[in-house]
Design a protein around this ligand. Structure first.
Ligand code: KIV
Length: 272
């Protein structure tokens, strides 16, 4: 009998664990988190990945887009989330214009890992050379394709991406190039379910969808949307898990189970 409790021996999941989940067909659950208290609740409910999303611009800061969010904001919230969890894997968004070139990307990613304590950083867009450079320098990277909220002014609105054949082919090619460059995870946002399914099948790394259909390797949603406490209207691809729950803990657990059992997303949360 030793003096250690089992809780203190719990180690965070690793990229290898997430990779094994994909290989054995176990769906990966992921929610955004911004503070230690929710981080601990999500961890206890069994959520596999906590994403410190730059969506904190909207849900925490009351901004209308993710663009005003800075690296200081991300680092602060990342450190809070890391302190709250025991088992969950934690990754954080690189915010708008924090990865315009290799040097800046390396500095800011290092800050998120060293001060924030995260295990992986997420970059929007097909930034192949940056992903290669960061990966080669020991920084685990998650790609993000489809709807790119940091490019909202260029895209002209929150619209489904990859509906035209040429755009779909380009996204498949970009996803393959990201994996080849060293990305260890990929988020697909707001893309037709059939396209996301094709990408998840072609890649060996786990593909986490948000508004990307049921055939991704995992699902991510914004925590405040599933708890129905967001300021903005909940997107069609999300779901209010508080509706059938008597507590926040139960709503989170229900999301986790629904993802694991492949019950969420349903048809009504997917795009054709
Ligand atoms: O910031 C965020 O919440 C995200 C998800 C929408 C994937 O990047």
């Amino acid at each position: 009998m030793n003096n250690y409790s089992s809780a203190s021996l719990t180690k965070p999941l690793t990229i290898t664990d997430l990779q094994s989940m994909k290989q054995r067909g176990e769906k990966i659950s992921c929610l955004t988190a911004y503070d230690a208290s929710f981080s601990a609740l999500l961890d206890k409910a069994g959520i596999d990945i906590l994403l410190v999303g730059d969506s904190l611009g909207m849900v925490i800061q009351g901004q209308t887009t993710t663009i005003p969010v800075g690296i200081e904001d991300m680092t602060y919230h990342a450190a809070c989330v890391v302190r709250g969890r025991q088992r969950a894997f934690v990754m954080a968004d690189m915010p708008f214009m924090s990865y315009a070139d290799k040097e800046q990307a390396a500095d800011n990613a290092a800050r998120l890992m060293q001060t924030g304590g995260v295990q992986m950083v997420k970059l929007e867009g097909p930034k192949i050379e940056l992903v290669e450079f960061l990966s080669e320098n020991g920084i685990p990277v998650c790609g993000h394709l489809g709807l790119l909220p940091q490019s909202i002014n260029r895209l002209g609105g929150y619209k489904i991406q990859g509906r035209e054949r040429s755009a779909a082919d380009q996204m498949i090619a970009d996803a393959c190039r990201l994996e080849k460059a060293g990305a260890a995870l990929l988020v697909l946002e707001c893309v037709p379910a059939i396209l996301a399914e094709e990408i998840a099948r072609q890649l060996t790394i786990p593909v986490i969808g948000i508004g990307a259909g049921a055939d991704c390797d995992g699902q991510v949603l914004v925590l405040y949307d599933i708890l129905d406490i967001g300021i903005a209207k909940r997107p069609r691809f999300s779901k209010n898990f508080m509706q059938d729950a008597s507590s926040i803990e139960m709503a989170i657990k229900n999301f986790h189970e629904a993802v694991k059992q492949g019950v969420f997303p349903g048809e009504e949360h997917c795009f054709q």
